[in-house]
Design a protein around this ligand. Structure first.
Ligand SMILES: *[C@@H]1O[C@H](CO)[C@@H](O)[C@H](O)[C@H]1NC(C)=O
Ligand SMILES: *[C@@H]1O[C@H](CO)[C@@H](O)[C@H](O)[C@H]1NC(C)=O
Ligand SMILES: *[C@@H]1O[C@H](CO)[C@@H](O)[C@H](O)[C@H]1NC(C)=O
Ligand SMILES: *[C@@H]1O[C@H](CO)[C@@H](O)[C@H](O)[C@H]1NC(C)=O
Ligand SMILES: *[C@@H]1O[C@H](CO)[C@@H](O)[C@H](O)[C@H]1NC(C)=O
Ligand SMILES: *[C@@H]1O[C@H](CO)[C@@H](O)[C@H](O)[C@H]1NC(C)=O
Length: 724
């Protein structure tokens, strides 16, 4: 018996016997032969595939993730599995009922895994249609031939409600006094045994929720709406390995307000002024108070009441307060400064649960019968450079008021009435002296507005008595001329950042840098060491001047200078960083010069690892595809199987390989745009091995290696993982 086994040639394998035949005479002496006879038994497709079960039954939950198998069908075929005769392909033949004229389920033609598709994911609903019957066909000849043998099976599918649903929003009253934790809601995975976890969405220093193994969610302590009104987080269900069974469910908890905050006076003491001649109903001012409870609810509705007036001379209840607004008014015209110069009031502010007392003082002041009068009506002409800083005082003005000092009747407010729509100037008053300081409020700009003609009016915060009116003595004028300053150019930014692909054509506009300078600039580039860029001296547009190379420079940094055309000394500089983005210009290659070998004789199941890499920038994990090139017997003898994006196995397809070197054309593609390809010849040795599975190579065949003589030979190479 010699060389029995499988013979494979061009995708087909045959059972093979080899025998020797000799012709003997009567005495048993050989007269002819030996002749060698090879008998090959070839598989034909004479067995139909058969399903393991006549009927299948499966359960799918509504909204089950598309493509996630919920059941499998399986069939076997007695024909040779290494030939198409034994290769099976599954498909769905009928789909009953078919309410959408579109399948809701899909089957993996190789594994028989049944799952919902996108449509099924969206529309399956046990309330509408609970049961489906799929007729699933299995074909041999890999499903590729019309001559394939087939068989069918019925698959009954029951659609069940998906229990994994987000609960409705949960409302919890704040500041609860009940014992915690308190159960607030529950989530439930479709089958028992899931592990539930809560996942925070915000990073809170304190996360007052927990979930137990029944999916019940608890709040662990009283909440405070004034601290945080809305909690939003996720509940997840995981299997024993910690993998999420489905998408996380959003849980939203709203903290409901209760009235647990007292009103607060805005000021410890609120002071108002009132002129002694003011009449009944006259508005004096408003007391402000706040409440931290939820606004626009009864919990923060505040009501005001005066509970004490001191002194109560000449009468009590001299003042009234608007109950809802807190605004004070005079209840009679009985104020005499000579009698009482000030009143102290206590105001009760209540939110119906809590009450706070606020202190108010009302000063009685002289009547405002004098107007402010300017010392002069024209303050003349003022010239200032346009770079005068904000806040600088450019002029002082003065008016006087003969009313009672340090009251609202004599205090002066200066306002620019005309000539300054953009509020370039502002006037502040010294409360002691009523002196006005005209200051720069915003950046001056000669180019926009070179001159101002300003009118200032002086008024009192207190109203004038009816018989007196402001007249032209309360008005003054001055003019401001702004002079031009030759500004240095100013770039709109200190640093500019650009992104270009390394293969961008020469002449491409990268970006436009401009400096702001009314006098006009010219632009130059500095430290363009590789001469990759060019700048348009008048527009500031930057162009590619030479081919870029990401492999040489990933961030190219140059300086852009803007210089004034008339005055060379005025210049400024900005930094441009050009990030160069890689394009796929390197084909993948083998990561190491693998010396691959397999031990002779082969037992089946051997495989050796191939690793590829790529010199381009790897934004994501690289995804290479490995395939065999063309060549005699290559594809019938060798097989490549993927491990991951960078690793693959090379394995012999059968065991009768000779003890020699094989050169195997291998193609490696990357997934760049455009994809690049590398052709390499893998040198694989089928060799005798030592006991510890190292390749035994005769020294004289291997130059450059120390020769230790024929008998010892050289053991080298990597240990190969033996599959079985
Ligand atoms: C099996 O499915 C794959 C993709 O899912 C498809 O490329 C292939 O053509 C299918 N084979 C048959 C025989 O339908
Ligand atoms: C979960 O539910 C079961 C049955 O209702 C109950 O016996 C068990 O105590 C619950 N577990 C927890 C942690 O609440
Ligand atoms: C809870 O309410 C009580 C009164 O009802 C109050 O004194 C306490 O400050 C409140 N706590 C919080 C955190 O708001
Ligand atoms: C307020 O009135 C009291 C007496 O009623 C008086 O002694 C005090 O000086 C007054 N204060 C002011 C600022 O007028
Ligand atoms: C400045 O304004 C005043 C009043 O608004 C006006 O009388 C005067 O002519 C103006 N002067 C100039 C130079 O515009
Ligand atoms: C403005 O009124 C005051 C008195 O209130 C008076 O002294 C002054 O002369 C008046 N000025 C003009 C310009 O009429």
């Amino acid at each position: 018996i010699a060389n029995d086994g499988l013979l494979c040639y061009q995708l087909a394998c045959y059972l093979k016997w080899q025998r020797s035949v000799e012709a003997l005479n009567e005495k048993g002496e050989k007269v002819k032969g030996p002749y060698s006879i090879t008998i090959i038994v070839q598989d034909i497709n004479d067995n139909a595939p058969k399903f393991d079960q006549q009927k299948y039954h499966g359960v799918v939950r509504q909204n089950s993730r598309p493509g996630k198998p919920f059941m499998y069908v399986h069939a076997t075929d007695r024909d040779d599995p290494t030939t198409p005769n034994g290769q099976l392909s599954y498909s769905i033949l009928h789909h009953f009922p078919n309410p959408y004229n579109q399948m809701l389920f899909q089957i993996d033609n190789v594994t028989g895994a049944i799952s919902t598709n996108e449509k099924g994911f969206r529309v399956l609903n046990p309330q509408k249609q609970e049961n489906f019957l799929l007729v699933v066909t299995v074909k041999d000849l890999a499903g590729m031939s019309e001559n394939a043998l087939t068989s069918n099976t019925d698959v009954n599918i029951t659609v069940k409600e998906n229990l994994w649903k987000a609960p409705p929003r949960i409302n919890i009253k704040e500041n609860s006094t009940e014992p915690h934790p308190i159960s607030i809601t529950q989530v439930r995975w479709n089958e028992p045994g899931a592990n539930y976890e809560l996942m925070q969405r915000e990073r809170l220093s304190r996360f007052p929720f927990i979930i137990d193994q029944n999916g019940t969610i608890y709040v662990t302590e009283p909440l405070d709406r004034e601290e945080k009104e809305l909690y939003s987080f996720f509940a997840t269900a995981k299997d024993e390995e910690g993998k999420e069974l489905d998408r996380p469910l959003p849980i939203i908890v709203l903290v409901e307000d209760i009235n647990d905050n007292p009103p607060v006076c805005k000021n410890v003491l609120t002071i108002f002024e009132v002129q002694e001649n003011e009449g009944l109903g006259s508005n004096i001012g408003t007391l402000h108070a706040t409440d931290m409870d939820k606004e626009d609810t009864l919990n923060s509705r505040l009501q005001f009441r005066i509970v004490d007036q001191n002194p109560n001379i000449p009468i009590d209840n001299l003042f009234i307060i608007q109950q809802e607004a807190g605004t004070f008014q005079l209840s009679s015209s009985s104020l005499y400064k000579g009698l009482v110069s000030n009143y102290s009031l206590k105001v009760e502010v209540t939110d119906k649960v809590f009450t706070t007392l606020c202190d108010v003082k009302i000063n009685v002041i002289d009547i405002n019968d004098q107007i402010p009068i300017f010392e002069k009506s024209d303050y003349g002409n003022w010239t200032i450079p346009e770079n005068t800083p904000i806040g600088e005082v450019i002029l002082e003005i003065q008016a006087t008021d003969a009313d009672e000092p340090f009251t609202g009747s004599s205090q002066i407010i200066y306002q620019i009435e005309e000539g300054d729509q953009n509020k370039i100037f502002i006037i502040e008053t010294d409360p002691k002296t009523n002196r006005g300081f005209v200051k720069i409020n915003k950046v001056l700009d000669f180019e926009m507005s070179p001159a101002y003609n300003l009118t200032v009016k002086a008024t009192n915060p207190e109203p004038l008595v009816d018989t007196v009116q402001y007249n032209s003595s309360s008005v003054a004028y001055f003019r401001v001329t702004v002079t031009d300053v030759n500004e240095a150019p100013v770039f709109s930014r200190n640093t500019y950042i650009g992104y270009v692909y390394e293969n961008v054509p020469v002449g491409t506009l990268v970006m436009n840098v401009t400096a702001n300078d009314p006098e006009g600039d010219k632009y130059t580039l500095k430290s363009d060491t590789r001469n990759w860029l060019r700048i348009d001296t008048s527009s500031g547009e930057i162009y590619i001047a030479a081919p870029l190379d990401w492999e040489e420079e990933r961030a190219y940094i140059v300086q852009v200078t803007a210089t004034e055309e008339t005055k060379e000394s005025q210049s400024s500089t900005a930094v441009l960083t050009l990030h160069i983005k890689d394009v796929n210009d390197n084909p993948p290659r083998l990561a190491k010069d693998n010396f691959l070998f397999f031990c002779h004789p082969l037992h089946g199941g051997e495989r050796a690892e191939i690793v590829a890499t790529d010199d381009d920038e790897q934004m994501y994990a690289p995804e290479f595809t490995f395939s065999l090139g063309d060549g005699e017997n290559i594809k019938s003898t060798w097989e490549i199987s993927r491990i991951n994006g960078t690793h693959a196995y090379l394995s012999p397809k059968h065991t009768n390989l000779e003890e020699k070197y094989y050169s195997i054309p291998l193609i490696i593609n990357d997934n760049g745009k455009p994809p690049l390809e590398r052709n390499v010849n893998l040198q694989v040795k089928i060799c005798r091995c030592s006991d510890d599975k190292r390749c035994f190579i005769e020294a004289e065949h291997h130059h450059g290696l120390p020769s230790t003589g024929m008998a010892v030979g050289i053991l080298l190479g990597i240990v190969i993982f033996i599959g079985r």
